[in-house]
Design a protein around this ligand. Structure first.
Ligand SMILES: C[S@@+](CC[C@H](N)C(=O)[O-])C[C@H]1O[C@@H](n2cnc3c(N)ncnc32)[C@H](O)[C@@H]1O
Length: 263
């Protein structure tokens, strides 16, 4: 099995847990709650009437939230179960959306359109080995004058071990493998003990330079001293909905966002 097949298998298993978790709060979503956070809502701006491609959409909550805001959405994910659940939610709630199962790197085999916005969020690029290839795909799917927006966990965070000490390299890593024992949601018991995650670390310069190299013009890069999810070890709630490092407080970056334009 190659690296991506391992991740496809593990994300299939995780999706089943996530759809039942209070972390993802599918019931709340069904009752009209958005799954988007204040950062992306503010920074993305008005998406009404825009064609939007969501890369690594998981089981579609953010994609469908963006559809509720008036965007015409397509979500892509490698996980079969994620795409199945996303389609189920779209039909059940009568929210128009198209979901496509594909490895991001194979997307051209299954999708031939262009978009006003390409969107990527939280916990996505660590599953990708080649960001130059990723950025070319983003550029390929943007219309002229189209916007790329991403909000992600900060690479600084990935340097810390369970004791919040600097342990891992900041810079691009060889693939690192972990046995999937649990998830970041509260319903986290993994039954299949043979699942593996394969991930890569990417520095900020690697992300930015890949986007510049694909012809995009960076409009902003923002860094945040907090997390909006309590999904890493050793975080404490600073203000409501803002999780900071227990050890370093708001002295270290935990998330970042980027907006870029295609000429
Ligand atoms: C942490 S989730 C994305 C988080 C998303 N913001 C959410 O709403 O939960 C990561 C997603 O990336 C997907 N993924 C991982 N590797 C991929 C790849 N090579 N191509 C497409 N999707 C991939 C996984 O299946 C998973 O659904």
């Amino acid at each position: 099995m190659d690296n991506f097949e391992h991740n496809r298998e593990s994300w299939n298993e995780l999706t089943a847990l996530h759809a039942e978790s209070s972390f993802y709060d599918v019931e709340g979503f069904k009752n009209g709650k958005t799954s988007l956070n204040h950062i992306e809502i503010k920074e993305l701006g008005d998406v009404k009437g825009k064609k939007l491609l969501h890369l690594q959409c998981h089981f579609g909550l953010d994609t469908l939230s963006l559809a509720r805001q008036g965007a015409e959405v397509v979500g892509v994910d490698i996980s079969d179960l994620s795409i199945q659940k996303a389609n189920d939610l779209s039909h059940e709630l009568d929210i128009p959306a198209k979901f496509v199962r594909s490895n991001i790197y194979d997307i051209e085999k299954v999708l031939d359109e262009t978009f006003d916005i390409v969107y990527v969020s939280y916990g996505a690029i660590n599953w990708l080995d080649d960001l130059d290839k990723w950025a070319k795909i983003i550029s390929r799917y943007l219309k002229p004058d189209g916007m790329f927006y991403m909000v992600e966990f900060h690479p600084f965070r990935y340097m810390l071990n369970e004791e919040s000490e600097i342990h891992y390299s900041y810079f691009k890593s060889k693939p690192f493998e972990t046995v999937v024992e649990n998830s970041y949601t509260e319903k986290s018991e993994i039954k299949n003990k043979d699942l593996k995650h394969i991930e890569w670390h990417h520095s900020l310069s690697e992300v930015i330079n890949s986007l510049i190299g694909s012809g995009l013009k960076i409009e902003f890069l923002n860094e945040f001293s907090y997390q909006i999810y309590n999904c890493f070890p050793n975080l404490v709630e600073d203000e409501e909905g803002k999780w900071v490092s227990e050890k370093y407080g708001n002295k270290i970056p935990l998330m970042y966002s980027i907006k870029a334009k295609k000429d």
